[in-house]
Design a binder for this molecule. Structure first.
Ligand code: MYA
Ligand code: JJ1
Length: 388
């Protein structure tokens, strides 16, 4: 059934429920000298390139490939439209490897037709911190689909990860592959219900008028929590401590240090927004929330071309209730003109989604580990990975 995935060191469907298999690595590292030194063969018309995402021209080529060929919803109404600034941020975290940003070009025309990336990350699984590659942005041009190019791309990124002496990976997909460590549900909170309905992102509820719908989703003009403010560079140590302590409770979570927090969580305009609560009395940092900006192209609408979406990222509550904190996040997202606020049911998100008027979407996100077996499928609430 899965001619490629059956050959890979991943949990297989036939082994689901077999708790006699141990947790941890499926295969052992091989000596680096035994890692294949040459790239995998591509069909003759194509060639590998390593993409320099620091170059504006390269960034534009990748942007154009993804804008026209990346992930769509099941009815092909919307397509993710990652910005160049976002790609630059997502692909150059601390310790990134240029060799893990892989493109495929047509030899003659030099046109970029496929892409896959990895970035390094330390991920804790129960008590073990494992250095992994986070694989993302796998994309094959629409005209080259179903030609088994994806398995070659995946083998090539695997080879380049192995060359750095890294033997595990984490990735997410909207499709079911062998085999998810967890399956999460997307939830959506309307901020601009009229536009969402006009473009077919959502529908007018039963016995609802447009005016009643607009009123239902109305939010205050300013945040309510005293001491709620934007995160600043000097907050990095306090946010790192707060977040590290919070993430201990989850089965799978990133192991962030201050450099990671600086990169992934310091606000970057039109890419990532982070807010925290500084106690007006003690000046302690007690709570934190963040979201990233990922618009989608609206395919074939006369009036609108982009849907401005915020995606919940990492949130930590110790003093302010998570409900109030996330309500403040919705308020700032609305002030920043987002049309919708999206969240997965990961971490403690399940505790506020319904009350804050999020509704379940038609999409699911499956989480995977490469070369790491778990005995049981995890609940979404046991997971603290947010794939960007
Ligand atoms: S998820 C986002 C994926 N991108 C999109 O959905 C964009 C739109 N779609 C496309 O561009 C193409 O449809 C893609 C497949 C490129 C997805 N992850 O070439 P094919 C398997 C993994 O004929 P195409 C993200 O970026 C499929 O089951 N495998 O198919 C994370 C089949 O194998 P098998 C996938 O449609 C990526 C084979 O590919 C996916 O032309 C993580 C068919 O190949 C998918 N999303 O191209 C990658 N979709 O026969 C894995 C299909 O066995 C990383 N397939 O069923 C693994 C870790 C590697 C590093 C390890 C380090 C140690
Ligand atoms: O955005 C998604 N679905 C929307 C739009 C559906 C359009 C028709 N298919 C949706 N809208 C309903 C919102 C409504 C608002 C009021 C309350 C009730 C709900 O459901 C979905 C997620 O739900 N998104 C996708 O399908 C995009 C792909 C998701 C998989 C991503 C995999 C990428 C992995 C890379 O690492």
């Amino acid at each position: 059934r899965h001619k490629f995935w059956e050959t890979q060191p991943v949990g297989q469907f036939k082994d689901l429920g077999d708790t006699s298999l141990p947790e941890g690595s499926i295969e052992l590292p091989t000596p680096l000298s035994e890692v294949k030194q040459e790239p995998y063969n591509l069909p003759n018309l194509y060639e590998w390139i390593t993409c320099d995402m620091g170059s504006a021209e390269m960034c534009t080529e990748v942007y154009n490939l993804l804008t026209n060929n990346y992930v769509e919803d099941d009815e092909n109404m919307f397509r993710f439209n990652y910005s160049k600034e976002f790609l630059h941020w997502a692909l150059r975290p601390p310790g990134y490897y240029r060799s893990w940003h892989i493109g495929v070009r047509v030899k003659n025309s030099k046109k970029l037709v496929a892409f896959i990336t990895g970035v390094p990350a330390k991920i804790r699984v129960r008590d073990t911190v494992v250095t992994m590659a986070e694989i993302n942005f796998l994309c094959v041009h629409k005209k080259l689909r179903s030609k088994r190019l994806a398995p070659v791309m995946i083998k090539e990124v695997t080879r380049r990860v192995h060359l750095e002496n890294i033997w595990h990976a984490a990735y997410t997909a909207g499709v079911v592959l062998p085999t998810p460590i967890s399956t999460c549900q997307y939830w959506h909170r309307s901020l601009n219900p009229k536009k969402l309905i006009d473009v077919g992102f959502s529908r007018l509820g039963a016995r609802m008028t447009m005016n009643r719908t607009i009123k239902l989703y109305k939010l205050p003009d300013s945040t309510v929590t005293p001491g709620f403010r934007k995160m600043e560079p000097h907050d990095v140590p306090a946010v790192t401590r707060l977040l590290r302590n919070y993430l201990k409770q989850f089965v799978v979570a990133p192991d962030f240090d201050e450099n990671d927090v600086e990169h992934w969580l310091l606000p970057k305009e039109n890419v990532v927004d982070s807010y925290l609560v500084e106690s007006p009395e003690t000046h302690e940092i007690t709570d934190f929330c963040s979201f990233y900006t990922l618009p989608s192209s609206i395919l074939g609408n006369q009036n609108y071309s982009t849907l401005k979406a915020a995606y919940s990222y990492y949130n930590v509550s110790t003093k302010t209730s998570l409900l109030q904190l996330m309500n403040d996040a919705l308020i700032v997202a609305k002030l920043k003109d987002f049309d919708v606020f999206n969240a997965l049911d990961v971490m403690q998100n399940g505790t506020f989604l319904k009350e804050l008027k999020f509704g379940p979407g038609d999409g699911k996100l499956h989480y995977y580990l490469y070369n790491y077996r778990l005995k049981h499928v995890l609940r979404a609430s046991e997971l603290a990975l947010t794939s960007i």
